[in-house]
Ligand binder design. Structure first.
Ligand code: HEC
Length: 181
């Protein structure tokens, strides 16, 4: 085989490679599908601060949905599940004993810090007022921020739907549940 023949073979191979590359590019041009841009949907009532941390996109301030609106579509069974996070410290039955936290029977619309035999922080007692749905929502989102100095060592429920579900559950801890309005 002389060098001219080798050159021909190499040139032939090159042409084949070039043709293959050409076909693939051409096919890509023909069939190129525009990838949909991932949109950032804001779902009402869902706290999306985690997503905000994960992307650099500017995210609109999360809209606070009123707790009564969320309660209208809250799920009792899911609330009972969320309450498992509370049950290491709270009992949910009538005349239930105080544990690390006070018993939560009849807590909705009750004055703050009045369960017999429980030694509350002065921060909670001084906060005053009743445990309305709104106040429970604020407290359960971030207890230490809502009542600075509270003894409740609980990080809080970041998801608005978790709070609505557990508040619906708390409402049921009563002989005469508070109206949903
Ligand atoms: C690590 C223990 C702990 C966990 C977990 C916990 N709590 Fe508490 N909770 C406390 C303590 C302690 C207090 C009393 C706070 C104070 O005196 O400042 C309290 C107070 C409260 C109060 C006020 C009661 C009153 O009589 O004024 C409510 C309502 C409440 N907790 C609800 C919840 C719910 C709902 C959860 C779960 C989502 C939860 N807690 C999880 C320890 C806990």
């Amino acid at each position: 085989m002389d060098s001219l023949e080798i050159n021909k073979i190499v040139a032939g191979l090159l042409v084949v490679v070039l043709i293959i590359i050409g076909i693939t590019n051409f096919a890509e041009i023909l069939y190129h599908v525009e990838q949909p841009k991932v949109a950032h949907y804001v779902i009402e009532g869902v706290d999306d601060t985690d997503m905000a941390e994960a992307t650099d996109e500017p995210v609109a301030a999360p809209v606070e949905v009123p707790i009564l609106t969320l309660l209208a579509s809250a799920n009792f069974d899911k609330g009972a599940k969320v309450f498992r996070k509370c049950s290491s410290c709270h009992v949910a039955i009538k005349d239930g004993a105080n544990k690390i936290g006070p018993g939560l029977w009849e807590v909705v619309n009750k004055d703050k810090g009045v369960v017999d035999g429980f030694s509350y922080s002065s921060a909670l007692v001084n906060h005053g007022g009743k445990w309305s749905y709104e106040e429970l929502n604020g407290f359960l989102k971030n207890p230490k921020k809502y009542i600075e100095g509270t003894k409740m060592s609980f990080a809080g429920l970041k998801k608005a739907t978790d709070r609505a579900n557990v508040i619906l559950y708390l409402r049921s801890l009563s002989d005469n549940p508070a109206p949903l309005e």
